[in-house]
Every structure is written in C-alpha cells, then in structure tokens.
Design a protein around this ligand. Structure first.
Ligand SMILES: *Cc1c(COP(=O)(O)O)cnc(C)c1O
Length: 498
C-alpha cells in the first residue's frame, strides 16, 4: 500500500455481500428441498464402484485463482446428492444411523452463522445456556436427576470415553497427578459391548487386558452372577476394579443389560456405574419398554447419541453425569492465558473445563430445536412406531419357510435366509453363514434396501435397525421378497462354482 493514496476499503475474496449470500443461500436451500422430496425415489446406495466415484469427482488441482461460489455449491450439491449413501431413505436400516431431522439441518446452518465458541461462557453466552438447557432436557427425557450435568461431544465413542474419564478421576485417588503408578485397574462390561471400550482402554493407558468382557445370557444381556464372581477374583488377585459399563441397547441386537442388578453390585462394591445408552436410552420414554431400563436412573453417567434415536444430523452425542461437579473434577485446568471465570459468585459454565475439547462448536442447537419441534409426545410416538415396525419385520420373516427369525430387541431385528438345498458335504451352519454374508454384500451394493449384519449365537445374520421416521409398513413388507430374490441368485452362482 502506498502512503500517498487514500486507503481503499479492504476486499476479502472470502467474504460475501448480503445479496450474494441471499441468492446463493436460497438456491442451495431449494436444491436441498428438492433432494429431500425425491429421496424415496432414489436408490439407497450409489450402485457405483470405488473407481466410478473417484472418476465422477475427477482429478482437480487446487485453483490458483478462486471462482464463483454459486457454481461451486451447485456442483457439489449435485455431486453429493447423486453419489452418497442415503441414510435418510425410507429403506435404510443399516448400522445405527438415523434419518436426519430437517430442522436439525437448518439449525446447523444457524450455529455456523453465529459461530459461537461454546468452550467458554464469555465467548458464547446464549449458546452455553442453550447447551445447558438441552442437557437438562435430555436428562429429564431419560429420567435422570434435574441437576445432572453433562455436555455435547461428537459421538457415542467420545461420550463413553468421557464417562470413563470421569469415573477414573472419581474412583482412583490422585490419578490426574500421578497416573496409574502400580495400579492394575479393571473395567467390567458385557461381551456384547461396543468396541469403544477397547479404544478407550488403549488410549487411557489401561491396556485392553484391563477390560473384563462378562459373558451374556441367551438374550445377550450381562450375566450379573458372573460379574460378581469376576470382581471377587480380581480383588483377590490385587487388581483395582473401578467401573462397570452396562449397555442399554447393544449395537448388535439391542439387548439391555439388567441395569438395576448391576447398580446394586456397583453400590456394594463402590464402583462407578456407566450406562452406554448411545442407541437405546431414548426408548425409555416408551411405556411398553420402559421397565427394561429400570436402574438407568441410578447410573453415575450415561452416554446418549442424539444423532441416533433423537434424529439429529451428525454429529451429536452427549454424556450426562449424576454428580454435577464430576466433569469439572476430571477435566478442569486453568491456564493463566484464560480469563473465563466471570465475576465472583456468577453461575457460569465454561465447557472447556467439562471435557476434552477446548474450542467447541454448537452441537446442542440442532438438538434443542428439534426437541421442541417434536415434543416428548412426538418422540414417544416415533420411537414406539420404529419398535412396532421392527416387530412386524420379525413376525413376517418368522412366518416364512426360507427365513429364520433370530432376535428382536428394541428396534433391531436379526434374521437369516435359509435353504434346504445345502450341497452334499457342506457343513449346514457354515454354508448358511457364507450364504447370508454373500446376500448382504449383494444387497449393500445393489439392493432395494440397506441392511447390515450381526453374529448371534454363531449365526451370521442380516440385521435391520430401524431408527428411521421415514420407514413405513409398505417398506417392511418388501424385505422378504427382496432377500429371497438375492438369496436365490447368490445360491445359483455358488452352485455353478461347485
Ligand atoms: C453407536 C454406538 C456407539 C458408538 O457411537 P458413535 O456415535 O458411532 O461414536 C457406542 N455404543 C453403542 C451402544 C452404540 O450403539
């Protein structure tokens, strides 16, 4: 800049004038609305190979000169609409990923616009209060005390690990300063627990051998007598038990551990009770299944994924803790470059002191908005309907000769395709496992619906997890025919090979 000329106003290539923002924004919203409108007519998967997807994107180098944003957004929206797995499709029932709430999409846009840094109260006054209120609402949703605290994190894995860290601080003296020293700590969970627990034990330096996978009953629920025996054995062996993880809705089959009995053991043994309710906890609002969750209200911490059964767009999970200071005890450090403590006596929450993250986005907003749009009654109805559809599927396959209904808990159904034409010399179970695996692969690449798999009692099953407010009865009715069609064709190919 020359000294003599009057200063020109700064023009940043990244900024957008209000009119431009409006027109580009409206046109993106229009594209999204059209996409949502046509979702049911689309195929669930792209039906394209990895190479085709790569080619569709094409090789592009990062441009030296930027270009028009309206073009960029328009192109990438089409690229995504035409080349994505559509988990908002009425017949997407894989893993546990829900159809996203449209209101949540808009709330995410708003959160990005305000760009509140919900790490400190002074950086996000209203957003912090909204997150606090959302945590309270979720606590009341699942029957947890009003004064429970908690926070939003990215997903169930992080929510569970955060709970484990709170437990570690509460139950292991001086752990933050001294680390494990000679302590051989032990974590208990059922054999059907999600893999987050391995990652957590590894990450925290406990080692994966510190996890005791307690055997389950025929419904995949933790055997509490075995838990008690194992705790005794470990104490005698010089180990330090500190936490039991109960799962409220296992990822494989939707099993809910006998939480009340586990809570009693935890009380007697002075162990932290953590409930992994990432998927299942919101179902406690449905009277018919509520008794299965008895004892969840006694937990020290609960992990819940609003991006599953509360239908939030990814990512939104939260951890609730009974003792309102448990998170601060576990996570707070106050460096001298922060001035976040507020005036003396002011009741403020600085979320950087309650969890791992420092700068934090406003994940709570999309959940806060949707909880109010739907209300408790709306959620009760939607979750109940998902469970009813799962029952319908289970009964439907149970009536047919070429299917075996294996399990149904909450909204997860496991079943398999069976056949009497098992080639001579083949072990029937091995053959059926291979057959169902082949069916699943074919279904996932080109089918009319999307399922995933579960292994139940050694049987490789097709698994439908219905956390989908777009699924209707007519979608469920299509399942047997589609699976039988694929089963037949897969079998014929296999026979030609022998
Ligand atoms: C989904 C799930 C997880 C992992 O949650 P993410 O959100 O995928 O990180 C953990 N536990 C259970 C029981 C789950 O269903």
């Amino acid at each position: 800049m020359s000294k003599n000329k009057p200063a020109e106003p700064r023009i940043s290539p990244i900024d957008m004038k209000p009119d431009e923002f409006r027109s580009v924004g409206y046109s993106l919203i229009n594209q999204i609305a059209d996409f949502l409108d046509t979702v049911p007519q689309k195929t669930v998967t792209t039906r394209k190979s990895v190479q085709e997807i790569k080619n569709t994107l094409g090789v592009k180098s990062l441009p030296e000169e930027g270009f028009e944003i309206s073009k960029i957004l328009n192109q990438v929206a089409n690229l995504l609409f035409e080349n994505s797995l559509i988990n908002g499709h009425p017949r997407f029932w894989g893993y546990i990923t829900s159809s996203p709430a449209p209101a949540g999409m808009l709330a995410d846009l708003l959160a990005a616009a305000v760009n509140a840094n919900v790490g400190a109260y002074s950086l996000s006054p209203m957003a912090t209060e909204i997150e606090r209120q959302t945590i309270q609402w979720i606590a009341s949703f699942v029957g947890f005390p009003d004064d429970a605290s908690g926070l939003f994190v990215s997903g169930g894995n992080m929510a569970n690990i955060t709970g484990l860290l709170a437990a570690r601080k509460a139950k292991l003296a001086n752990i933050r300063e001294q680390g494990l020293k000679d302590r051989k700590v032990i974590i208990y969970c059922s054999a059907a627990t999600h893999t987050w627990i391995n990652k957590a034990a590894d990450l925290l330096g406990f080692g994966t051998n510190s996890v005791r996978w307690i055997e389950t009953d025929s419904d995949q629920r933790m055997n509490v007598a075995r838990l008690e025996e194992q705790i005794k054995t470990d104490r005698l062996g010089g180990y330090t038990p500190f936490i039991v993880v109960a799962t409220a809705g296992t990822v494989g089959t939707g099993a809910i551990d006998p939480i009340k009995k586990i809570a009693l053991v935890c009380e007697q043994e002075n162990l932290w009770l953590h409930v992994d309710g990432a998927y299942g906890a919101p179902a406690v609002i449905v009277p018919e299944v509520a008794p299965l969750f008895d004892g969840m209200e006694l937990a020290d911490s609960i992990a819940i994924d609003p991006h599953k059964w509360l239908y939030s767009p990814l990512e939104a999970a939260c951890l609730l803790v009974r003792n309102p200071s448990a998170l601060k005890d576990a996570f707070s450090f106050n460096p001298d470059y922060y001035n976040f403590s507020g005036s003396p006596g002011s009741d403020i929450t600085n979320y950087h002191e309650e969890g791992f993250q420092n700068s934090r986005g406003f994940r709570a907003l999309k959940v806060w908005v949707t909880l109010q749009q739907v209300g408790k009654r709306g959620y009760r109805t939607m979750i109940q309907e998902d469970i009813e559809l799962a029952k319908m599927l289970f009964e439907q396959v149970g009536r047919l000769n070429d299917f075996e209904a294996i399990s149904r808990q909450l909204s997860i159904v496991a079943f398999r395709y069976i056949t009497r034409d098992i080639p001579a010399g083949k072990d029937p179970e091995e053959y059926l496992n291979a057959l169902n695996k082949a069916i699943l692969n074919r279904l996932q690449s080109e089918g009319d619906m999307f399922l995933s798999n579960a292994v139940v009692k050694g049987k490789y099953c097709l698994r439908a997890c219905i956390v989908n407010f777009r699924t209707d009865r007519k979608d469920i009715v299509r399942v047997p025919e589609e699976i039988a069609r694929i089963g037949n064709s897969v079998q014929q190919i296999a026979e030609r090979l022998w």
